[in-house]
Write a protein that binds this ligand. Sequence first.
Ligand code: DX5
Ligand code: ZN
Length: 235
Amino acid sequence: MMPGMSMLRLAPSLLAADQTNLQAAVDACAAAGIQVLHLDVMDGHYVPNLTFGPKVAVDLARYITAREYEMHLDVHLMVTDPDRFVPAFAEARPAWITIHAEAPIHPLRTLQLIRDHGCGAGISLNPGTPLSALEELLDLTDLILLMSVNPGFAGQRFIESSLDKIARCRTLLEHRQSLAILEVDGGIGVANLSQVVAAGARMLVVGNAAFDEREGRTMAGNLAALQASLRQCQI
Ligand code: DX5
Ligand code: ZN
């Protein structure tokens, strides 16, 4: 684990923030003591949506440094050909770059490529992908990102069977004595956060729950409520 990092942490997903004002979202996260920012990169092929290019990641990293925020970028690549994009995203010096196990033809090679670029190597599984897809990849994996929605959009409903998959993943990590961080992504909010942690997750992506500002909600209020729920969790 990185020095100064909490055992349990939120990773707000900027996909759900106002895309014309990402700095305000980053500022709200910093004020709420957030240590990890999740960046959902979509290519319109692997998932039916388009989002950030590498320049956004690099500019965010520059902004975080300029403001002296203690924050790490967590880049989630939902792209068909991650090998093409790892070097460009590594320029932002993210703590992790995560690829989907289902995407590259040679995922071990891609995980090694990520490490060779000085980043933690993450592997993500879609809800429909069995946990066994991880087994041969674990030795090169610093982070596991279990999807609890089908990737592509923020604001979807948490797939309940993910809880069992998270618990089985935690058992697998213990069995293999892996120190990989177990992150879960999709449909997490105050209502189910403690269940996700109890099942074994240690890093929780929050999109809408963090950045939805409709009906009088504020980013500061959302993040404070999420942080308070996280503090209640025992691990
Ligand atoms: C979905 C993305 C998620 C998403 C999470 O493809 O990977 O990170 O932004 O948003 P919520 O928390 O709203 O489901
Ligand atoms: Zn994500």
